[in-house]
Design a protein around this ligand. Structure first.
Ligand SMILES: [Zn+2]
Length: 319
């Protein structure tokens, strides 16, 4: 069914809900505990209900973005597990639509008013030319070479955004990345965007993340300029690595179509097109003051622990 509004659906399409190799979950991960069994699914449902209550929206859509893992699937499994179960304050969760890479649930009664909450899986792919964000693809993207990654994303139907455009790692992070064999290029260049939007391959990139909650104003103007220059859609996201930052930044859709994953993607594109015409509402907040630094340190530490073999890469179960 299509969800029409009165007050719209607010969507934060780029959230991770934890660090890639954050010790808070990866130590449990080493004990073979999945994301689905962490506190994240329950905390996320409550965060979405809490935000929509304050914003008077009819529901939320959150992009659960994988990196080199399947945390999105794990979190979705965890949310499904809450179905019919008691969430704090006596609320009950009911799974209403279970698309392959998206989930729509409804929170009934309890302290929080009845709300539609929806989640869509995506992937942040660290390509050789920098990261790109792929939302709602019908499967995992394997390639890490930009032009192949983009083709794979297109073949799997994913919506492609240039994320944190203009972001560069600091000196310390670059040193750690070089020492442990990570790719320090985290954002595409102007030239890469030009190449994939201007010479007849324009459908390979749909939009630019003009607002990323970890960087805020630092990247905003240049990213907005680039989006406009290439006629690309503009996305506002939190890029949250903690549940408490999810939906601090968002775009508001008038309506979204949940009849299939393909229709959901189509309605996201249509809604972002409307936003460009100025008909929609956005929120652009910065994540916690030290959040960018905290996440940077956690990522460097995680990378080092993976390389020395203390933390196992990809050992993340979904069930
Ligand atoms: Zn991210």
């Amino acid at each position: 069914m299509t969800t029409k509004i009165n007050n719209g659906i607010i969507a934060d399409l780029h959230t991770h809900c934890s660090d890639s190799y954050g010790l808070n979950w990866n130590l449990p991960g080493l004990k073979r505990r999945s994301y689905s069994k962490t506190k994240i699914p329950e905390e996320l449902v409550l965060q979405c209900a809490y935000v929509t209550m304050g914003e008077e929206a009819d529901g939320t859509l959150v992009g659960l973005i994988n990196f080199d893992d399947h945390r999105g699937q794990g979190i979705l499994e965890g949310i499904k597990r809450l179905e019919g179960g008691i969430v704090p304050e006596g609320g009950r969760l009911e799974v209403t639509d279970d698309l392959k890479y998206a989930l729509r649930v409804r929170l009934r009664s309890g302290f929080y008013p009845e709300k539609n909450l929806a989640y869509i899986i995506g992937q942040e792919v660290p390509t050789n030319k920098g990261h790109i964000l792929v939302v709602g693809a019908e499967g995992d993207i394997q390639s890490r070479e930009l032009s192949n990654t983009l083709k794979e994303a297109r073949d799997l139907g994913g919506l492609v955004f240039v994320d944190h455009f203009g972001a560069k790692l600091g000196l310390f992070a670059r040193a750690v990345y070089s020492a442990f064999g990570g790719n320090p290029r985290i954002s595409l260049s102007e030239g890469d965007i030009y190449l994939n939007t201007q010479d007849g391959k324009g459908d390979l990139i749909h939009g630019v993340e003009v607002w990323n909650g970890n960087y805020g104003l630092e990247l905003f103007e240049a990213a907005l300029k680039t989006a406009k220059q290439h006629g690309l859609l503009e996305l506002f996201v939190s890029d949250a690595h903690r549940v408490g930052d999810v939906l601090k930044s968002y775009v508001r859709f008038r309506e979204l179509d949940f009849t299939s994953l393909a229709n959901l993607r189509k309605s996201i594109l249509a809604g972002l097109g409307e936003k460009r015409a100025g008909t929609s509402v956005i929120s652009a907040m910065k994540n916690g003051i030290f959040e960018g630094k905290r996440h940077g340190i956690a990522t460097c530490l995680g990378l080092a622990l993976v390389r020395v073999g203390f933390v196992k890469e990809k050992e993340i179960m979904t069930k």
